[in-house]
Design a protein around this ligand. Structure first.
Ligand SMILES: Cc1cc2nc3c(=O)[nH]c(=O)nc-3n(C[C@H](O)[C@H](O)[C@H](O)COP(=O)(O)O)c2cc1C
Length: 298
């Protein structure tokens, strides 16, 4: 596996659409991921992730779902469009728990073994596993799950080092990344609370990880990848204007349409954490793309 940079764009439901992935790639992501995608829908020939193979280089799909036949059919359906598979063992939301997908599976190592083995044997492409420190604080079992992933032939493990019961806040254990890097022979991808190039550089050095995956920082600013690369090379980086980033996204969705709600959410991510944050209320109230565009005119 070769990547143009060590910084990867994380899978994010409602965020990792085609236009967003194209922007992440343009601004330096070595690998981008689709949002979590159910094998049940792919197996039925439903493609919601809309990868543009001519334009998207180095793109992975993230899968969820444990039906072994559906895993095989899903891979058959999507294989020629993707470079890599990621398997979701980290999603903490209640709906996922009820459906027995995501982080809850970390409580069932035997099932994890079956599912990952099936995925690995269904494709010639690399399979990654995305894990948490554990499902709950009373059972921190990332080493067991990561070792299973390695043993069945996965090519890398991403760890978001906090338990799923803490969702996306609360204590983060970057030492679990370092520990995993020490224990595994396959690459380890660090994820979790890495918001700036300085954070990325710190976590890389501290954990000795192979790659770094960014989620919220990328949603807020897809140029974060370039910032990280520049910081590694030159010790400094530039911040891109968020109005121009917003307009770039809006022009991309003319070709890769998304629901208006999704577009608005993206613009909010960009603007909310910038010097323009006072216009977020106007953005929230906007009714259509035309209105949104006029708010974003400088
Ligand atoms: C809006 C949103 C949607 C997410 N959707 C997914 C998903 O589909 N699959 C997944 O594995 N993780 C998902 N995550 C978790 C991220 O990939 C990542 O593991 C987590 O946010 C920690 O990284 P960060 O601190 O860089 O945000 C999502 C996170 C956010 C903020």
């Amino acid at each position: 596996m070769k990547f143009s940079s060590k910084y990867f764009a994380a899978p994010m439901v409602g965020v990792s659409d085609t236009a967003f992935r194209i922007m992440c790639r343009k601004y330096g992501a070595g690998l981008t991921f689709t949002e979590m995608t159910y094998v049940a829908s792919l197996a039925r020939g439903i493609d919601k992730v809309k990868i543009d193979r001519r334009r998207e280089k180095s793109v992975g799909i993230q899968l969820a779902g444990t039906n072994l036949e559906e895993i095989k059919s899903a891979v058959n359906f999507i294989d020629r469009k993707v470079d890599i598979y990621d398997y979701n063992l980290g999603c903490p939301v209640n709906k996922a728990q009820r459906q027995r997908v995501g982080a809850i599976l970390m409580e069932d190592p035997k099932l994890v073994k079956k599912v990952l083995s099936k995925l690995v044997s269904s494709t010639n492409k690399p399979v990654f596993a995305k894990i948490r420190s554990g499902f709950k604080s009373s059972n921190i079992n990332y080493k067991t799950i990561a070792k299973i992933a390695q043993d069945v032939g996965c090519s890398a493990v991403t760890i978001h080092p906090r338990t799923a019961d803490k969702k996306r806040s609360g204590a983060i254990f970057w030492e679990h990344i370092r520990d995993l890097k020490d224990k595994l022979n396959i690459p380890v991808i660090a994820n979790g609370d890495i918001f700036t190039p300085e954070d990325a550089s710190y976590v890389s050095k501290y954990s000795n990880c192979d790659y770094v995956m960014l989620a919220r920082a990328a949603a807020r600013d897809p140029t974060i990848f370039k910032q990280c690369i520049d910081f590694d090379k030159k010790g400094k980086y530039k911040i891109t204007d968020k109005i121009s980033l917003s307009n770039e996204y809006l022009s991309l969705i003319e070709k890769y349409p998304v629901k208006f709600k999704v577009a608005k959410e993206h613009i909010n991510y960009f603007i909310k954490y910038s010097e323009y944050k006072q216009i977020t209320q106007k953005i929230n109230k906007s009714k259509d793309i035309k209105e949104l565009k006029s708010i974003l005119k400088k």
